[in-house]
Design a binder for this molecule. Structure first.
Ligand code: HEC
Length: 339
């Protein structure tokens, strides 16, 4: 394991930039800039990540389990996330704005438990105000756990070689913070953290993608396990066994309704702000919006992007299976919260 310098310019907190930012943002909007709060949150989150997700072997399952359980629970990180956030690779074109970068939408628990936990953190970080985005940027030195079993990734990231390559070479996580709410609204991973150093030197792997986003393992269990909240919800959560079956019914209805033509990790359309619902965990984060969009006949769209109302019987079946899944997810989460 190699511990080296930060991924940020100087690794220091840039208080001067924060003060400067206050003036600019206030001209736009009467709400005060929360620069100091952002600084505090950044140190708290960086310390927490260092404590619960420290540098380890990229194959260390126990380290990963501890990290994801902590982040998925009542963590400083999770408390600092916006109610809906975006995640993706930093644009290869360093000059590109976030609004022109393809990103995927996530619910906070899915982001914290299934995505951010795949990284390890040294605690080294920096905060600055980025004028052109009008947001604070927290940089966190990090490395990716590329040697976990395939079912520990929310989907086979290696379906796209370039993206998998960046995941494996990541040395910095970027968290973008809204200056008015002090909440994290966008997360990005990059192999071009400014100092070019990395926390853990990972040997790249190149697994082959066989076209299946979900699959059965030798024991006949659905994979990826993480998308069934395996290791996130307690083993004795009484709603867990039903989750798989209830999701499968919903997935079949979504297939009938063509949702899979567009809402998949390979982003076939492509969408600037992708929404994915192809596993129980991903669907659990979006089920409220899914139900609303279908009820209001806003989804699905046809291939030209025009709303394409469903046959009444299919709409009913989709809403019924969606409603059952929504109720089950709610019950499972409430049971967890009560433990
Ligand atoms: C032809 C491609 C396409 C198909 C098929 C499709 N969608 Fe979408 N969907 C989009 C696009 C593009 C957006 C984002 C832009 C928008 O909101 O119009 C979107 C947005 C959404 C949103 C978020 C928007 C909101 O109002 O909350 C939900 C939820 C959604 N789709 C669900 C579904 C479901 C469920 C199905 C299947 C019944 C479906 N979509 C089928 C392309 C598609």
């Amino acid at each position: 394991m190699r511990i080296a310098g930060g991924c940020a310019p100087g690794g220091a907190l840039l208080l001067a930039a924060a003060l400067f930012a206050g003036g600019v943002a206030a001209a736009e909007d009467d709400l005060p800039d929360l620069g100091e709060q952002v600084e505090r949150m950044a140190s708290e989150v960086a310390l927490e990540l260092q404590r619960v997700c420290p540098p380890a072997s990229p194959a260390d399952q126990a380290a990963f389990d501890r990290c994801r359980r902590s982040l998925f629970g009542d963590s400083a990180l999770r408390r600092s996330l916006a109610p809906r956030l975006l995640w993706g690779r930093r644009n290869q074109d360093a000059g590109a704005l976030l609004k022109d970068t393809n990103l995927t939408q996530f619910a906070p628990d899915v982001f914290a438990g299934l995505y951010l936990a795949l990284f390890m953190f040294s605690g080294e970080h920096s905060v600055e105000y980025v004028e052109r985005e009008r947001m604070y940027l927290i940089r966190l030195q990090s490395a990716f756990r590329n040697r976990l079993p395939p079912g520990q990734f929310p989907y086979p990231f290696w379906h796209d070689e370039a993206k998998w390559g960046v995941y494996q070479a990541t040395n910095c996580i970027l968290l973008w913070v809204n200056p008015k709410t002090a909440r994290i609204v966008i997360g990005q991973f990059t192999e071009r953290g400014e100092l070019g150093s990395t926390v853990v030197a990972t040997q790249p792997l190149s697994p082959k993608f066989d076209g299946n986003w979900m699959w059965m393992d030798k024991e006949g269990r659905i994979q990826p396990r993480v998308t069934l909240f395996d290791g996130l919800f307690r083993q004795d959560n009484p709603y867990l066994p039903k989750l798989e079956f209830t999701y499968r019914t919903l997935a079949l209805r979504m297939r009938d309704a063509q949702c899979e033509n567009c809402h998949m990790p390979n982003n076939p359309l492509p969408m600037r702000r992708l929404l994915i619902m192809h596993t129980p965990a991903h669907a659990s984060g979006e089920i409220g919006r899914l139900m609303k969009a279908v009820r209001e006949d806003r989804m699905p769209l046809d291939e030209t992007g025009i709303e394409q109302p469903l046959e009444p019987a299919l709409k009913r079946a989709l809403l019924e299976s969606g409603g059952a899944f929504e109720a089950l997810v709610k019950a499972a989460k409430e049971w967890e919260a009560a433990q």
